[in-house]
Design a protein around this ligand. Structure first.
Ligand code: ZN
Ligand code: ZN
Length: 418
């Protein structure tokens, strides 16, 4: 029998995917001639990983090394591994990555895992595995969180993620919708994405410059279920969009990004705050979080869903109950305007103002590159194995900047820049 050749339509526009790969290499990383690249990707993101590899070598990459993660393999561990497996992690792999970074390699991660992959697994095992992984990852993560190297995250519309975001659509439709949402948010659905990013970076720089001139002592958030004063670290510095790593390369770590962000004071956060969007944390959904801070520390925590996981997260270490980031995003940002809940922090954190539990970014201090860990701590910078962003902004939240003499300046009204 001679059946007619059927070409299935690709739900992921190959031209836009190619633009995304090129953007990740040229704007996301600014990968340098001769620079090595460590790439991680879910196995479903193979088409994007290959295009990124191609553009990395075209940009002169020395060596691109890719590590793939497989959701089926992860589930096989939860189904069949002996109990002691959940206290283990591939420390040798992360030590190798840390060595590559120390030798000048850049880092690119393709995000797109199924956010609910571990939702029905034993939360104790999930927490133990996460903790073991965070501990093992520390030497490599430090090079990223200290901004020693140029790094970038982009996303691929993995079918298992797309089904979570668009549960009422058939898989191909869900993948196409998610792909288009990723392309729009990443600004690759325009003729010249590099020019669009230059303009976007300039806008973000204007916001962060204004905030840096203000030298606020604190930000005060008020809204439904929220009355929170977030003291800012001494010598804090606001960042947004492109910034320069300690290796001298100016990169855009997150694609997409809409936020300007800085370091709160680990000891000066007071009041209560409610989350405005669900938080998807390593395969579990934590929703309707309510916490109360005293002297910078979370002393009460509740969640309508995922409370047990939240409490495990807060018990990771001493710094896990304190803030390491505060970020401002207007309610009208394109990701927020899309109305899509992505169940992925890279997108959802760029739809709303947010705070992060845990580790601070040393780049968010004046002259941050030259400060020791001890100096960062004495200026109010937090340290922890975790860094977890969750959304506290909405069209109903107001923010005042508070100067050291108590004077107040409107920063945002009903979720928009005042
Ligand atoms: Zn952020
Ligand atoms: Zn963050």
């Amino acid at each position: 029998m001679n059946a007619p050749l059927q070409t299935a339509r690709n739900p992921v526009d190959p031209l836009k995917l190619e633009k995304l790969a090129e953007l990740a290499v040229k704007v996301g990383l600014q990968l340098q001639r001769g620079q090595d690249l460590v790439l991680t990707a879910p196995i479903a993101a193979l088409p994007l990983a290959r295009l990124i590899t191609k553009h990395a070598y075209k940009a002169g990459a020395g060596l691109v090394t890719t590590f793939y993660a497989d959701e089926e393999a992860t589930l096989a561990r939860y189904a069949h591994a002996p109990d002691e497996s959940f206290d283990r992690a591939s420390d040798w792999l992360y030590q190798g990555m840390a060595k590559a970074f120390a030798n000048g390699a850049a880092r690119l991660a393709i995000a797109g895992d199924n956010p609910m992959l571990l939702a029905s697994q034993d939360p104790q095992k999930v927490a133990r595995a996460n903790r073991a992984n965070s501990t093992a990852y520390k030497p490599a993560l430090e090079k990223i969180s200290n901004f020693d190297i140029n790094w970038n995250i982009v996303s691929y519309p993995n079918p298992s993620w797309a089904r979570q975001v668009f549960p009422d659509d058939p898989e191909t439709v869900a993948v196409e919708k998610l792909a288009n949402a990723i392309f729009a948010a990443s600004r690759v659905d325009v003729d010249d994405p590099v020019a669009a990013w230059n303009e976007h970076n300039a806008n973000l720089r204007r916001r962060s410059s204004w905030l840096n001139e203000q030298r606020f002592a604190a930000l005060h958030f008020t809204g439904p279920g929220t009355d929170l004063s977030v003291g800012l670290a001494e010598g804090h510095e606001w960042h947004g969009g492109a910034s320069t790593a300690k290796n001298g390369i100016t990169c855009n770590p997150n694609i997409p990004t809409e936020e300007v962000f800085t370091t709160p004071h680990a000891l000066r956060v007071e009041g209560h705050v409610s989350s405005t969007k669900p938080l998807s944390h390593q395969g579990t959904l934590i929703d309707k979080i309510e916490v109360r801070f005293e002297a910078g520390r979370i002393v009460e925590a509740r969640a309508a869903r995922g409370e047990e996981v939240l409490k495990k997260v807060l018990d990771t270490d001493e710094g896990a109950r304190r803030l390491g980031e505060v970020a401002l995003v207007p309610h009208s940002s394109p990701i927020s305007a899309s109305g899509i809940l992505f169940y992925n922090t890279l997108f959802d954190e760029n739809a709303a103002c947010h705070i992060a539990l845990g580790q601070c970014y040393s780049e968010c201090f004046l002259d941050g590159a030259s400060l020791s860990q001890e100096q960062i701590r004495s200026q109010g910078g937090n340290s922890s194995l975790i860094h977890i962003d969750w959304m506290i902004g909405s069209g109903e939240v107001d923010i005042d900047g508070v100067r050291s003499d108590g004077a107040r300046v409107p920063v945002m009204r009903k979720g928009e820049w005042a």
